[in-house]
Design a protein around this ligand. Sequence first.
Ligand SMILES: [Fe+2]
Length: 166
Amino acid sequence: MAKTTLDPIVEFREDHRKVRDSLLDLASAAEAGDLARARDILGRIDTMVGPHFRYEEETLYPTLKEFLGDYVDSLIKEHDGAIDTARVAAKLLSQPSLSAEEGKAVAKAARALLVHVSNCDGLNILTERLSKEKLAGLGKHFARSRAEGISLLRWADTIRKGLAAS
Ligand SMILES: [Fe+2]
């Protein structure tokens, strides 16, 4: 059975570590022209990052308004950019073969996403200032988003746009 709650600070960082490592692997695989491996890694990233982004937009960012005010809107805009970048990489990797130039473009996309991971991890310094009650609420929502397990691109094309996920 999926967990109904979790530590939102620990798990947030843990996600970033996994995504960081996967993005670094993706950049190497793409540069080496290893299409099968690059596809596999991007698929894993898509699965991991979906619940994470969803939790951020539905729960974490609105909660961090307490400290950040309207600045949270720019965090959503950053997500727009990250989603577009992931789409570009997915499109390139869906081709039957990958040219050296396209491999470099995928590696560049992976590095752009890496900067997002690094910036996002900094939010933990604010999250830890939240009340115990709010942290407990974050933990529940984070766990629920993981249990629902909707991948990034699917979420972006459905729930994020206000459409049904099925
Ligand atoms: Fe994040």
